[in-house]
Design a protein around this ligand. Structure first.
Ligand code: HDC
Length: 735
């Protein structure tokens, strides 16, 4: 299909002749409304006339096209854009083409020669483009062309002023490409070679005649079309040929060591290597460019060899991994405070939704069975380890742009509370040399009030940091297990969203790899990838729902290998095989069929093992939250709290559980009169009370009835029962 510019408004500066005229005619021929700008000056920047622009406008109109002339200098950028807006109501394309020459050898270049060239080429393009920018942003479309020159790219005798300004335009375009891309404003740069009044001074006449402007215009039109997604490119064009240019960087050479400074002599001695383009790299972004520097720093800090090859990959290979120093090291103990907010945020982060009524118990703190998803157990320790903890370990000088989550094991000894303070102690269990990378095994125990709640083994894969001469396997590693060789017993498909990583990271893994395109590029990814532990959470809850009736207390352990990255927005397909109490899992990305979680399994407790049936005596007040709180407080404060609880609430603790959730409390006085009412049997009421209010009640500072009436102590559940309770409490308060 022919490329049409119908409905588009194009401004071409310096369009009275040469290349500019050719662009204007070509755009108009394909339906664009064109502002033909030309000051009508001479090639050195002197004079002014409307003739050149008028002539081109006439030519366009004669062919049935739409055009208007503008005679302002590009230094009056706003006026040029106003012409477009006034005449055609919008501005879609700006072709910065206007230019002059004041060639002199460098020694003879005057201030005026320098300034005039910069004013017209660099400042003029800046002013015109800036005047168009906001309009393009608002309409979410814009295409900009900057015109550089071979003289800028390669240098040319007698054109120091012109070369400098022309290469300045490339720098301007590179940044506009970055700032504009999210608004669908693309900016590209061309270095045209064509016969024009600017080239006729430096080329023989027959060459000038044969390098026709019409051999350049098609590239400009393509770059300015809405179909073209090129942004930030640099093209040489002429004689009917188009080629793209890019930067190339030699492998270079590191010339210092931790204990030895860099010297000019070292630079001299390594000069051949510095300039050797064998295996050159082609950085395209500033982040890619910086990546090599990050690798160099970590290598030097690790005491890398002066003579070692300095490529990013090679630098990472010798990346200061020293198991002898690292293994057995402990990370600083970390403390994690949380309440239902973090539990709910995590559940949302791993894709839970109110669309599934079964998910409500993990999303609503007022739900009678409100619980924390078991895989939340990875969260308390991870944030602190990422946030500097790992970086503090001697012998682990790693490049954090190369860190991937390799595997994860999590095992529970007690159910996770829905609020409280958890402390975690992490130890470097082992460091393995996997060739293509180093694997760091971190064993972490997490405690609540002195009780061990869960154990995690984090396995961190540092890409490119292998081959340091370490062992490949470790008895300490929790091994992944392959699934049985038969059809799965269940398969669940679930979509992650485009913002899954943006949401998941709020639970504490702030690694920019999952949100920052520049950082992801440093790790070699086209776009930010999903957290491994997010997919892990998805798969775990698939098992929990399929085989454990969403009962978190049935969840004993989980092991997963992260085999391939997942991109936010992809669908996860979890295949499950039940083998006794072990559920093997394999998770694929549906769109690509790539296995992303391999060797994975979940171990479940038997139903009865984890959830002993509560005694069903009449009037037992069951409240997970209150039980959990009381149990937790008792384990923290000691048995004397039991007495206080009994005294203040008039309750009696009849069964002491091993875990907070297993405490059973019977009503006696006050609200205990419920036992005798028509509400005998199992009473389904949930009390919720904030930590600090609960403590105040227990300490006798806050009257429980007052707490109830002030709304601090909330009662949810059977409405009749709540009303009844309210009456009873009111009566009780009167006494
Ligand atoms: C302190 C807090 C801890 C948390 C830190 C994490 C922070 C998070 O924010 C980061 C993330 O969430 S990253 C996202 C999740 N992870 C991923 O996407 C990684 C996906 N995996 C891969 O790309 C490759 O497996 C890859 C690149 C890992 C390996 O691929 P290759 O280099 O091609 O390796 P391969 O040739 O297949 O195998 C070589 C040896 O390595 C072992 N291996 C492979 N994958 C592994 C993995 N994922 N974990 C551990 N070991 C792994 C192989 O078994 C082999 O060793 P051996 O020969 O001894 O079996």
């Amino acid at each position: 299909m022919a490329l049409s510019f119908e409905g588009r408004v194009v401004l071409v500066t310096g369009a009275g002749g040469g290349l500019g005229r050719e662009y204007a005619l070509a755009f108009a021929e394909r339906g664009a409304s064109v502002v033909v700008n030309d000051l009508g000056g001479n090639a050195k920047g002197g004079g002014k006339s409307s003739a050149a622009a008028d002539k081109v406008v006439e030519e366009i109109r004669a062919k049935g096209g739409k055009a208007v002339a503008n005679y302002d200098s590009v230094e009056d950028g706003e006026k040029l854009i106003q012409s477009a807006l006034k005449e055609f109501g919008r501005i879609d394309v700006v072709v910065n083409n206007a230019g002059i020459l004041r060639d002199r050898s460098f020694a003879r270049t005057s201030d005026l020669d320098w300034d005039l060239i910069h004013r017209i080429h660099l400042r003029g393009s800046f002013l015109v483009t800036r005047a168009a920018w906001d309009h393009m942003k608002k309409q979410k479309f814009g295409r900009i062309i900057m015109t550089t020159s071979a003289a800028g790219i390669y240098g040319n005798f007698g054109q120091s002023n012109y070369s400098a300004a022309k290469l300045g335009l490339l720098g301007l375009a590179n940044t506009l490409a970055i700032e504009g891309s999210k608004h669908n404003i693309y900016c590209n740069t061309i270095a045209p070679v064509a016969g024009s009044r600017l080239t006729e001074t430096v080329m023989p006449p027959d060459l000038v005649a044969s390098l026709k402007p019409e051999y350049v215009a098609p590239l400009v039109l393509w770059l300015c079309h809405e179909q073209c997604q090129e942004n930030g490119g640099l093209f040489e064009v002429g004689a009917g040929w188009v080629g793209k240019l890019r930067w190339e960087r030699s492998q270079g050479q590191i010339m210092r060591q931790k204990s030895r400074p860099m010297t000019p002599e070292a630079v001299r001695d390594q000069w051949d290597k510095i300039c050797d383009f064998t295996d050159a790299t082609k950085p395209t972004t500033i982040q890619e460019s910086l990546q090599a520097f990050v690798s160099v720093l970590s290598r030097v800090d690790a005491g890398g060899q002066v003579e070692a090859p300095p490529s990013a990959a090679a630098a990472a290979t010798a990346s200061g991994i020293n198991p002898a120093l690292a293994v057995g090291q402990k990370l600083p103990v970390s403390t994690f405070n949380f309440n239902h907010t973090q539990c709910i945020l995590y559940a949302l982060g791993v894709g839970m939704s109110t669309k599934d009524p079964d998910h409500l118990r993990f999303l609503y703190e007022g739900h009678p069975d409100f619980s924390c998803l078991p895989t939340f157990g990875v969260i308390p320790s991870q944030a602190a380890m990422m946030d500097g903890g790992l970086a503090s370990i001697p012998g682990l000088n790693i490049d954090f742009t190369q860190v991937l989550h390799g595997e994860q094991y999590l095992e529970f000894y007690r159910p996770l509370p829905t609020s409280g303070t958890l402390t975690s102690e992490a130890t470097i269990a082992d460091v393995l040399d996997k060739g293509s990378g180093a694997v760091i095994l971190l064993d972490v125990n997490t405690y609540s009030g002195g009780e061990l709640i869960c154990y995690n083994q984090f396995s961190v894969f540092v890409v490119g940091a292998g081959r340091f001469g370490g062992t490949r396997t470790s008895a300490k590693a929790k091994a992944p297990l392959p699934p049985p060789k038969r059809a799965p017993d269940a398969v669940v498909t679930d979509c992650t969203t485009r913002d899954q990583a943006a949401l998941y990271r709020l639970s504490g893994d702030w690694n920019p790899l999952h949100i920052d395109p520049g950082f992801a590029a440093m790790g070699g990814f086209k776009a930010p990838i999903l957290h491994g532990l997010c997919s892990f959470g998805f798969a775990a809850r698939h098992v929990l729902k399929q085989f454990a009736n969403n009962d978190p207390s049935r969840f004993k352990a989980i092991k997963v290998r992260f085999a391939k990255p997942v991109m936010p927005g992809q669908s996860l397909q979890t295949a499950m095989w039940k083998e006794g109490s072990r559920i093997h899992i394999e998770c694929k990305v549906k769109e690509t069929s790539d296995v992303v979680l391999s060797g994975a399994y979940v171990d479940l407790h038997q139903a009865a093992e984890a959830s002993p049936e509560p005694p069903s005596q009449g009037g037992r007040l069951q409240s997970d939250l209150v039980f959990t709180e009381i149990g937790r407080r008792i384990s923290e404060v000691g048995p004397e709290l039991v007495k206080k609880v009994n005294a203040v609430f008039g309750w009696e603790i009849t069964k002491e559980g091993k875990t907070a959730a297993q405490w059973t409390i019977d009503l006696k006085n006050g609200a205990g009169s419920l036992q005798k009412g028509p509400y005998g049997g199992k009473v389904d009421v949930t009390f919720t009370v904030a930590d600090e209010d609960f403590m105040e009640v227990v300490q006798g500072k806050l009257n429980p009835q007052k707490a109830f009436f002030s709304g601090k102590l909330k009662v949810r559940g059977n409405i009749m029962l709540s009303q009844k309770l309210e009456v009873i409490l009111k009566d009780y308060a009167k006494l």
